[in-house]
Design a protein around this ligand. Structure first.
Ligand SMILES: *Cc1c(COP(=O)(O)O)cnc(C)c1O
Length: 239
């Protein structure tokens, strides 16, 4: 067993343990392995451990991995420039960072209909920091209503990246806020598929599971410290 495989096994155990405490079914918590900056070999190792879902943030860095493992399900978790939407629309099954109707519209128009609808999550910024991507709760409510109408998009729920803190009750409070907002949007628009919460990373996934996460996005705890991101010209940045 590689380090990557034993770390995946340890996280799976942690998911089961936390679900017992939280009285949840462990199959309702999906593990997204965030492989950004990692090589093809690291992804191969995770796939051999049965890992199915992978997250990437930079298109250039993702390409060789996505083409090496088309059987995996790829999630785009980075910021999206509108001139990069075509590949994201067609090579990924999920997008976790929708923050504008414009990007969602392009994704919908560029998605090949034979692929089925692209699963999209709206990124909500609950920490109110200027630099962070994402919309505020009121904007999230509006945006969900807008993008629900797009043909090749299925608006599945909400995603957040909280301000880093080791205070478990602060972590829990943010995640609870996201869950309540998801419930409000789900019932306001009657969207049956709006039932996903992407929240929790290496440092806070236990609290996220307790508060209802359906996707935990784990990078460091699976792959170890990240490599340098690709050069700035290949970044997908704010937009
Ligand atoms: C990099 C990244 C992660 C993984 O973070 P870790 O703390 O390494 O687990 C999760 N979500 C998003 C959106 C990321 O960009």
């Amino acid at each position: 067993m590689t380090d990557i495989q034993s770390r995946i096994a340890a996280i799976r155990e942690e998911i089961v343990k936390t679900c017992q405490i939280a009285n949840r079914n462990p199959v309702s918590v999906n593990l997204l392995a965030v492989s950004k900056t990692m090589g093809v070999d690291a992804v191969a190792s995770a796939i051999h451990a049965g890992q199915e879902h992978f997250g990437e943030s930079y298109l250039q860095d993702a390409r060789p991995k996505v083409s090496a493992f088309p059987e995996a399900i790829w999630h785009f978790v980075g910021g999206i420039q509108s001139n990069k939407t075509r590949d994201i629309a067609n090579k990924f099954g999920w997008v976790h960072g929708i923050a504008t109707a414009k990007v969602a519209k392009r994704l919908s128009e560029q998605r090949e209909p034979t692929l089925g609808r692209l699963n999209c999550l709206i990124q909500v910024n609950l920490s109110d920091e200027d630099q962070k991507l994402g919309v505020n709760p009121d904007e999230a409510i509006r945006l969900a209503g807008q993008i629900a109408a797009f043909d090749q998009i299925s608006v599945r729920g909400l995603m957040t990246i909280p301000a880093p803190t080791n205070d478990h009750s602060a972590q829990a409070a943010t995640f609870r806020e996201l869950r309540e907002l998801k419930d409000e949007i789900e019932s306001r628009y009657g969207l049956p598929e709006f039932n996903q919460l992407s929240m929790g990373m290496t440092n806070d996934f236990v609290e996220a599971i307790k508060e209802g996460a359906t996707w935990i996005r784990i990078g460091t705890a699976i792959f170890g410290p990240r490599n340098k991101p690709p050069t700035p010209s290949t970044y997908t940045i704010k937009g």
